[in-house]
Design a binder for this molecule. Sequence first.
Ligand code: NIG
Ligand code: FE
Length: 382
Amino acid sequence: MSLLITNIGELFTNDDLQPASDAAVVVDGERIAWVGPATEAPAADERIDAEGRAVLPGFVDSHAHLMFAGDRASEFAARMAGEPYTGGGIRTTVGATRSASDEELRRNARRLVGEALRQGTTTLEIKSGYGLNVPDEARSLRIAAEFTGETTFLGAHVVPAEFADRPDEYVALVSGPMLAAAAPHAKWVDVFVERGAFDEDQARTILTAGIRAGLGVRVHGNQLGPGPGVQLAVELGAASVDHCTHLSDVDVAALAGQGGTVATLLPGAEFSTRSPYPDARRLLDAGVTVALATDCNPGSSYTSSMAFCIALAVREMRMTPSEAVRAATLGGARALRRDDLGRIGVGARADLLILDAPSHLHLAYRPGVPLIRTVISNGVPQ
Ligand code: NIG
Ligand code: FE
């Protein structure tokens, strides 16, 4: 089936070739087939009149932890009353996740994937990381793969309680049998490199084992304080290093090099942990590719809204509205090393949003308002 979208108020393509005005888009099957002036548009089976609204690529949420059970609302309330965030609550979610049935995990993930899709997220990465033993990590990824091809093995989220006094044995488990059970269902490997989680050597062991198993690398780094995460990510050719809240000049220079490691910023986490926001301007001015993602998880950032992250990035992180929308679309695609996503150009996957607004500016200008009017996912209006 082909679909022609006309009467577009603003077409936010992320491609260099922006049609000057009165643009139209033609979708054929799962791909974008044509972009250009409406007067020259080819015929199509169906037509959508956008009535002057903005059209942009579907959001690419390149960082989400959706394989869990339970929530930690009371931990959030305690933080808002002054408690710090340490990541210690991860073990609470591990307990709930291990106790949940496959069907409970699947139902929770389906609920969140649906919630995200209604808010314009057409591609979603999903991490494991609340199983932290061989069977629960493997089933987390097996179920995650029912929802997305962008699955990430995060057995190295924290050291689980039963290994508290034997962290190196846990590292051996993660990089051996757990990785072997997870790898058939995973595209990526990730490590939480942070004081209280995994140090540089432990992370290198796990990530290089992941590379040998054929997985791409992503890293949680520099979230709660300065640390080796960013430089390790760049050294290992990671697709992305995520959080990037506490960066040295050397970290920024490493990211600005030619390695192709994206800095993924997760402002939902700073919002929900009352931490200082990362400085996106510093990264952009240095030439670093920046992505925005939700980090959706029950502890540090329980939002599935990319529009909320865009609003935070503009208000708190010195991004312009167009930089923020680009980071939430093309940036996410780069962070997943996908050149078929995050842009409206011929050959790209037909993931498009029609806003209930005349331009992308409204996503930050009207925070909290449900502006996603139509979601087209893989060529299909939802
Ligand atoms: O990305 N930082 C580590 N992991 C998650 C938080 C997980 C949790 O608190 O449950 C994050 O913020
Ligand atoms: Fe995370």
